[in-house]
Design a protein. Structure first.
Ligand SMILES: Nc1ncnc2c1ncn2[C@@H]1O[C@H](COP(=O)(O)OP(=O)(O)OP(=O)(O)O)[C@@H](O)[C@H]1O
Length: 265
């Protein structure tokens, strides 16, 4: 029965229909890079809703619009047209300064390249988003979140003294410290070996299951996508289907179907 439902989602037009329980809701989002005439349409009328406390993987061939979707959903980029509502706030009507403020308070971001500040200790890297938002960390909050990611003993280390997997765990702690409405990840396991990637994915999964965190992650890797509750597929800037409770095999099959050939694209 589940198989029939999953296939039906690919055949029909109901993919990711936005609803009232969504913490992120994109409606008819269009993003065109460049000027009139020679513009590149990166997103073409995408509508999708992401439920609170769920883990979503965004997949699709290279150039299909995954990063653009993530950046528009996170308020890092502004759509050409359409609406993005995050945690009840319409992002497209905010000015630059308000958008930055909302990003600092309500959004966590984890990148492929970790992006930690090398001169700061692990503790100070994690505390940074609170300081940027003009807030003082609650007593023990930084230690607690580092404990959660298994790095309670590395408070005084500098990023250069840590492995790639440990650095990404610091980046996750830094993203979680503000208790964001949504944690966005752009290929968060892209620079890690398979075993380390799994540890990071398990951490993200735990944040969803134990803390009710909402996580949205762009990935090329079917193994990574199989940790999510739902995989959304993009092709040529449009939603091209979804899988609920995706398995590695089904994700790989859909990627092949979309011409991406599975992992490593
Ligand atoms: N800043 C930009 N200026 C012009 N075109 C851009 C820009 N950013 C993205 N694009 C184009 O928009 C389209 C979607 O790009 P995007 O990076 O969102 O795709 P992607 O699915 O994340 O790709 P990849 O998997 O290779 O990272 C591509 O055709 C890309 O060349």
């Amino acid at each position: 029965m589940r198989n029939i439902l999953q296939e039906a989602r690919f055949g029909g037009g109901a993919t990711g229909v936005p609803g009232p329980a969504d913490v992120v809701r994109l409606t008819a989002v269009r993003k065109v890079y460049g000027g009139a005439g020679n513009g590149v349409v990166a997103l073409d009328e995408v509508s999708v809703g992401l439920r609170k406390g769920t883990f979503t993987a965004i997949m699709g061939p290279s150039g299909s619009g995954k990063s653009t979707l993530l950046q528009c959903a996170a308020g890092l980029d502004r759509p050409t047209s359409g609406s993005v509502v995050l945690d009840g706030v319409e992002l497209t009507s905010l000015g630059e300064r308000e958008r930055t403020r909302l990003r600092r308070r309500r959004i966590g971001f984890v990148f492929q390249a970790f992006n930690l500040l090398p001169a700061l200790t692990v503790h100070d890297n994690v505390a940074l988003p609170l300081r940027l938002a003009g807030r003082r960390p609650e007593r023990g909050a930084v230690e607690e979140v580092l404990e959660r990611v298994g790095l309670g003993g590395r408070l005084r280390s500098r990023p250069g003294e840590l492995s790639g997997g440990q650095q990404q765990r610091v980046a996750i702690a830094r993203a979680l410290i503000t208790r964001p409405a949504v944690l966005f990840g752009d290929e968060p396991t892209g620079a890690l070996d398979t075993g380390t990637a799994r540890e990071v994915l398990r951490l993200l999964r735990e944040a969803v299951e134990e803390a009710g965190q909402t996580v949205v992650m762009v990935t090329h890797d079917p193994v990574a996508a199989a940790h999510a509750d739902r995989a959304l597929f993009l092709a040529d800037g449009r939603l091209a289907g979804e899988l609920v409770r995706p398995t590695i095999e089904r994700v790989a099959a859909q990627m092949t179907r979309l011409g991406a050939g599975g992992a490593g694209q």
